[in-house]
Each structure stands twice: as structure tokens, then as C-alpha cells.
Design a protein around this ligand. Structure first.
Ligand SMILES: Nc1ncnc2c1ncn2[C@@H]1O[C@H](COP(=O)(O)OP(=O)(O)OP(=O)(O)O)[C@@H](O)[C@H]1O
Length: 258
């Protein structure tokens, strides 16, 4: 499954946010988008998902223009985890995750054994089976993030779009979630995530896409584009990049801290 974005431009009230974005994400790829606050990462995701429609250019999912897709078709192809999610109702974690299977269940019928098994397997995969009967509004922000990832998994799409999936997670859960996301990419998923963590980007991504001033300023394998100059350009931050373990790992260290 592919995500292809062709010459995409979008602005809010005449203020251009995305300016001629072009890229193609393929299966088996985890693409991480880096860029300063407000650069347009979420906006790009919302255009890809047709949550924002007034853009110029084209978004193709597996070759088909999203403008010609119904919501159901879209939900069969893509699962999305938004950056923040404020629940209105105190559904149980089980019910929240089960909602991800809605697209598999025909109108007027109830989720069956398969859907229940999918929910249990997703919770177990992410190490959160213990939350199954808890209320979604009564768990922590990080736990909610993991529940939303479980919900995305049971949707059984082959494209995942994740807006800062590890933002609220403790260090151990960041590693566990990124390991799961990476293994999903290896299983054939096409995955895009936004992140503010360059070290994590280098470790886990197949492709890094760096955005600034509405444009893609660098795109490629982390080893080629992850440089001190890129970090300076994106964040106006002076860092020393340390290469470790025969360049399997690169770590950013702020120069002011050395
Ligand atoms: N609904 C909206 N109406 C007007 N402007 C908006 C709206 N949503 C976002 N913006 C503006 O569009 C720009 C891009 O926002 P967006 O949320 O896409 O950035 P981002 O890269 O995801 O940021 P962050 O890293 O802080 O999450 C920002 O300047 C933001 O203030």
C-alpha cells in the first residue's frame, strides 16, 4: 500500500502552510517527519486523511485519489492516531479498541468473536491487557496513547498515520511502542509518524522527511540526511552528533551541555 502526495499546497485563511509537497511512501517503510512546532506536520496528515479538503494537488492511497473515496473506503485503508484525543465518554478500554473494528462489521450487526479476539491480541501485543476493563477517561495520557495504537491495529488497515505516537509515553513505553511500530513496518505496513525526537528518528526510521517553511528540505535514509547542519537548519539548535556502534546509532547532544 502506498501514500503518494503530489504537489500538495494548503493554507489556513490564505496563510500558506504546505507549499508544494511531493513524496511517496511505500510498504515496509516507516517514514518519520521532523520539523519545528507549527511547520505543518499535522496539517499534512489531515490533508492525506481528507479531514482537510481545501488543498491543491493530489493525495493517492494505493494509486487512488482520496477525493474519490468514501469514508468507509478510507477507513479500510488507513488508521490514524491523532496528536491529542480528549474523550467525551467514559467507554471501557475494551469498547474503545473494539470501535476500531467498526469498518469490518456490517450495518445492524454486532462485533463477533473475531473482533473480540483482535482486541485481546492488540492489547496483549502492546502489553496493556491489564487495562481492558478500565474507563478510558480514567487512565493516564500515555496509557490512552497505547489504547489508540491498539485501536489502530484492530482496524486491520495496511497504512498507519501516527501523529507523535510517543509524545506522552514514558521512556520504556517509547521504546516498546517504537519497536512495535518498526516491526509493523517490517510486516508490510506503510507507516508515517511525526516526531520531535531526532535520536529516535535515526534509530527506528527507514526514511526521514524534514520540513521547514512549508517545504520538504531533506528526504532520505537517516544515515544520509541526519546531520548537525540539518538539526541547526530545522531547530536553530547547535548539536554535536555522536555516531556509535559502527554508525547504527547517532545521538544528538546539545553543544551547550558539553
Ligand atoms: N484550524 C486552524 N486554523 C488556522 N490555523 C491553524 C489551524 N490548525 C493549525 N493552524 C496553524 O497551521 C500551522 C501548522 O500547524 P500544524 O498543527 O500542522 O503544525 P505541526 O507541525 O503539526 O506542529 P506541532 O509540532 O507543534 O504539533 C501552525 O502555524 C498552526 O498555528
Amino acid at each position: 500500500m502506498s501514500i503518494e502526495v503530489k504537489n500538495l499546497s494548503f493554507g489556513y485563511c490564505d496563510r500558506l502552510v504546505l507549499d508544494g509537497i511531493n513524496f511517496k511512501a511505500e510498504e515496509n517503510q516507516l517514514i518519520s517527519i521532523l520539523g519545528p512546532n507549527g511547520v505543518g506536520k499535522s496539517t499534512l496528515f489531515h490533508c492525506i486523511l481528507s479531514l482537510l479538503k481545501g488543498y491543491q494537488g493530489q493525495v493517492l492511497l494505493n494509486g487512488k485519489d482520496t477525493r474519490a473515496m468514501s469514508i468507509k473506503e478510507m477507513a479500510e485503508l488507513v488508521a490514524f492516531i491523532p496528536q491529542s484525543h480528549y474523550p467525551s465518554f467514559n467507554f471501557s478500554v475494551f469498547d474503545m479498541v473494539l470501535m476500531g473494528t467498526t469498518v469490518q462489521v456490517s450495518a445492524f450487526s454486532k462485533p463477533g468473536k473475531k473482533q473480540v479476539q483482535l482486541v485481546e491480541a492488540a492489547l496483549e501485543r502492546l502489553g496493556i491487557s491489564y487495562l481492558i476493563d478500565r474507563g478510558y477517561t480514567q487512565i493516564s495520557g500515555g496509557e490512552r496513547q497505547l489504547v489508540l495504537l491498539a485501536r489502530a491495529l484492530v482496524q486491520e488497515t495496511r497504512i498507519l498515520i501516527l501523529d507523535e505516537p510517543t509524545a506522552n509515553l514514558d521512556y520504556g513505553n517509547q521504546i516498546r511502542v517504537m519497536t512495535q511500530i518498526k516491526s509493523l513496518a517490517k510486516e508490510g505496513y506503510t507507516i508515517m509518524q511525526s516526531t520531535h525526537n531526532p535520536d529516535q528518528t535515526f534509530l527506528f526510521s527507514d526514511i526521514v522527511m524534514a520540513m521547514k517553511d512549508g517545504k520538504i528540505v531533506a528526504y532520505g535514509v537517516p544515515g544520509d540526511i541526519f546531520t548537525e547542519e540539518l538539526i541547526r537548519n530545522l531547530y536553530a539548535a547547535e548539536v554535536k552528533i555522536q555516531s556509535l556502534y559502527e554508525d547504527k546509532v547517532r545521538v544528538c547532544i546539545p553543544k551547550c551541555a558539553i
